[in-house]
Design a protein. Structure first.
Length: 140
């Protein structure tokens, strides 16, 4: 496993992400600049524009084809990239008093429908983001 590498912009340690994730989410222009031999990391810092970085290159939010959670605070940014759970959609459920997002996502995962490795910029399952958001809002 590749040792953690600090983001050049904010010096936080990023999480390793597979090359397939990076390649699937870069814009055409950014993909043309990609040096695929590098090991890439995801920078989770909300205030940092860098999304993916290696020891030689970095890609920012402008280089991706999707809005990036947690970097984009808007209601339309997905927390679950496979099944369309945005902050706004979760907020609607929280206000209604019936939140079924976690059960919905778990059912899709169990049915082997998720594609987080390709759709989620973090390259990992989105369920943790959804659960954390709901807990943060006091609706665990």
């Amino acid at each position: 496993m590749t040792p953690p590498l600090a983001c050049r912009s904010n010096h936080a340690l990023g999480k390793p992400v597979k090359l397939v994730t990076v390649k699937s989410l870069l814009t055409y222009e950014a993909l043309a600049r990609l040096e695929p031999g590098d090991s890439f990391f995801f920078c989770p810092a909300a205030g940092c524009e860098v999304v993916y970085y290696s020891s030689r290159q970095a890609f920012t939010t402008d280089d991706l084809r999707v809005k990036v959670y947690p970097k984009d605070p808007s209601g339309e940014v997905p927390l679950c990239y496979c099944f369309g759970w945005t902050r706004a959609k979760l907020e609607e459920q929280i206000k209604s008093g019936f939140v079924h997002a976690v059960q919905d996502i778990r059912a899709h995962i169990q049915a082997k429908r998720c594609a987080c490795e390709l759709r989620n910029p973090q390259g990992a399952c989105c369920l943790g983001n959804v659960e954390a958001y709901i807990r943060q809002r006091g609706e665990a």
